[in-house]
Design a protein. Structure first.
Length: 430
């Protein structure tokens, strides 16, 4: 990674720990360097200047080599002593005014609520961390009511306001980019979790001004489900938002993990309730449905899709059940969050933007017109493992890593098929 260094600042130890964790994560095999993040010149920063500089150099040196899982664990475990909210606030402190209401060089177009606590927020954090480190202006524009015309108009609005690279969140932007990628060749697009499609919904050629990023969500879902069975749970639920490919992969991976763990333990009493809500937003109907599940004996529910987790969490807290979060670590939301099936979207965004600006404001040859897929091999999928996030009582992190490594090496193959339901022996009520 070659993040621009217009500014030479000093990071607090807490912020450095977070960045170290990022640098040990997604995309390590391709490119990693230290990110220097602006923050106010506090007394703490002044006192730790020499130490922070040495820490930066050590991280930069380590980032150019392969980092072992044990070394990654040590980096992440060090974060147990970090005040994460304060550290993240320091990382995202816009002291130079890089955020602009209109006219940013990097523009984010979320699908739905920006600070949703999961998907959009994770992407936006990646944009902010890169932009604030590199001294790049950024903006975000809402897509109004979420229709195709709204997505298209949002892109055109960003182009009209001189965006250089437009980051679009999710499959709902596929058709608009498929139409506009050739209309605006002077503008670059970063499409998360999708590829350009035509009028009929079929994939079209990715233009040179477009780069696409996708994840192996099925691996995260698999690991979350597998560990929950090992923990002792037998009655499960899955609530997905819209039946989009990433949501389906999470859900089908979850079923595969539950099934494999049940087979390992020779269980015949595992039951899964499975349902798509048709929305990413909180809804009283969602809360009622999952409350009924909890009342009927469901122990833990995987809430997968935007802010709908709020309805599931309310039901879990009311009924004394457990929830599995998605995309980001949601353990800080409630003690009722058992774990989260995560994917490092923020770091994938940072890697992509770094390529764009390092190549002079265009995608490099290896990114232009390409789709990159991130998974366990790149340390981009899994569940949180630090002490403060590990809610399992009967399963150790060593047991988790035993399974994680098998997924990472390909010894365990988790199907990413979304066209048909996985063949499992546990009982699934669709």
């Amino acid at each position: 990674m070659r993040i621009g260094t217009k500014r030479l600042q000093v990071l607090s130890a807490a912020a450095m720990t977070i960045l170290a964790g990022l640098l040990a994560g997604c995309g390590l095999a391709d490119q990693q360097t230290v990110m220097k993040q602006p923050q106010e010149q506090t007394q703490e920063a002044a006192e730790t200047m020499d130490m922070a500089f040495q820490e930066q150099m050590q991280i930069e040196e380590a980032a150019t080599t392969d980092v072992s899982i044990q070394e990654q664990m040590e980096i992440v475990q060090a974060s147990d002593e970090v005040d994460w909210p304060d550290a993240m606030e320091a990382l995202l402190n816009d002291m130079y005014g890089d955020y602009m209401e209109e006219g940013g060089e990097v523009v984010f177009l979320p699908d739905g609520t920006l600070m949703d606590g999961v998907y959009n927020e994770n992407i936006y954090n990646g944009i902010r961390m890169y932009a604030l480190a590199a001294g790049v202006s950024f903006s975000y524009y809402d897509s109004e009511d979420g229709t195709y015309e709204d997505y298209r108009d949002a892109i055109i609005h960003a182009v009209d306001n001189h965006a250089r690279v437009i980051v679009c969140a999710g499959e709902n932007f596929q058709k608009a980019i498929g139409e506009l990628q050739g209309v605006y060749p002077q503008v670059s697009f970063l499409l998360i979790d999708g590829v350009p499609v035509g009028e009929n919904g079929e994939a079209v050629e990715i233009a040179e001004n477009v780069h696409c990023v996708a994840f192996k969500e099925e691996q995260s879902g698999y690991l979350a489900g597998y560990m929950a069975v090992l923990e002792g749970y037998r009655r499960f639920g899955f609530v997905g938002g819209v039946e989009a490919a990433p949501v389906i992969r999470y859900g089908y991976g979850y079923l595969q993990g539950i099934d494999d763990a049940a087979g390992r333990l020779q269980l015949d009493d595992v039951i899964v309730n499975y349902w798509y809500a048709g929305t990413y937003e909180p809804d009283p109907d969602i809360q009622k449905k999952v409350s009924d599940w909890y009342d009927s004996g469901t122990e833990v529910i995987f809430a997968c899709g935007g802010s709908l987790y709020e309805s599931v969490l309310m039901a879990a807290e009311e009924k004394g059940g457990m929830m599995i979060g998605v995309d980001m670590d949601q353990s800080r939301e409630s003690e009722r969050v058992l774990t989260s099936a995560v994917k490092d979207t923020a770091n994938a965004v940072i890697i992509s933007l770094d390529d764009f600006f390092a190549a002079g404001g265009q995608w490099s040859e290896s990114y232009a017109g390409q789709r990159r897929l991130y998974g366990a091999k790149e340390n981009c999928t899994g569940i949180p493992i630090t002490d403060t996030e590990w809610r399992f009582k009967n399963v150790t992190t060593d047991e988790y890593y035993e399974v994680f490594h098998q997924v990472r090496r390909g010894d365990i193959e988790v199907s990413d098929a979304v066209e048909e339901r996985p063949q499992v022996t546990v009982t699934v009520d669709y």
